[in-house]
Design a protein around this ligand. Sequence first.
Ligand code: PLP
Length: 446
Amino acid sequence: MTEPVRTTVESPDGPLAPALEIARDAYARANRESRRHFDSACAHMPGGNTRTTLFHSPFPLRIVRGHDSRLWDADGHEYVDFLGDFTAGLFGHTNPAIAAAVRSAMADGISLSGHNLLEARLAARICHRFPSIDSVRFTNSGTEANLLAITAAIAKTGRRTILVFDGAYHGSLASFSGSSAPTNVPHEWVVGTYNDLDGTNALFDTCASSLAAVLVEPMLGSGGCIPADPEFLQLLRRRTQESGSLLIFDEVMTSRLGYGGYQGLSGIEPDLTTLGKYIGGGLSFGAFGGRSEIMSLFDPRQPRSLAHAGTFNNNVLTMSAGLAALDELTPEAAAELSARGDRLRAELNRLFEESGVPMVFTGLGSLMTVHFTELEVRCGADVRAADQRMKELFFFDMLAAGIYLARRGMIALSLTIGAAECRLLVEAVASFIEHRRALLSGMAPG
Ligand code: PLP
């Protein structure tokens, strides 16, 4: 583990900028090998990067190995992995059943040039779990799954407008933080405010007749782990039904919250669902599925069916790993993981309250994000208004304490994170509060 970052805080107002400089500097000094690999990667990759989410200044760590809940970086530091690959790493880094499934698929050969015996089994398993999914198609990522679900909605309704919400992340081509990202596909997006019942009603009033679909995460995941109010999702369900548009639940992250995903827990059934992340057991995966009469648009036996090719859509490694993965996430395992996350978040929030610091972990079950604010966090604008520099300091202090989490403060528990690991996190956070109390009290409200 790296040496803890030590900073002298001189004034109760908190010299945050110098503290951050010291933390960044300590990080750079402790991670010289990661820096060396980063510099050499920059020669052939823009910013040494092929996955923007992973980038942070001064440079991200190079991870060289993982085992169960642990990670090791190029400088030999060991971390408890609380990030779980942004939810894709639900089974830890070396799940034996998944490894065996991949080996077994390899033994029968890869790139088989045709349908295989695994894809329909995985499809059946998914339809069985998720109440609203009658049939399903596979993609290589959650991004693709969302794009295909939108295509299906446009084809089904003959309309073009897609309602999404500020703070939502539906993949690298459909991202909405403050505005529609320049990399987004050029759909007719309308961006509403998450959890805003009146504003959403008003949007339906103006664009219902052109609306093809509402695409919504039941909890803003990348956008700060902000759960939707059930009334907000119920409103979306009702108004899409009334307006003849489709409700698409992006359950790429939230499907882990229960055996049948968020929809199974809430009883709110979308028309289409998109999936990704952990379901491939840690391999590239995406899927979209829903009611038969919508999904049959892709039935190649039908005249004028929608084409959806994809060389790796049914690749045997993912199909086999996915079957093993879903076997692992039994109803009991899913419920236990969510309960562990709920307990952990409650304990951390109790700690913040008792310590009187303006911090909060929002989220559901095993998914959570820290925010530095004393105000309620209910939508994308609330997340952006919280103190981002304290979050950066928190990130460096957690790394120095051997806790690996996202730079944006996100945690996604894997099944390999147990009570002992949770204790380590709570202790590290308590120590952060103790060392940074002056800075925390000097934070501007909001
Ligand atoms: N939808 C949600 C809710 C996500 O969190 C993500 C990824 O973080 C995606 C879609 C995109 O998935 P992928 O990274 O597999 O393209």
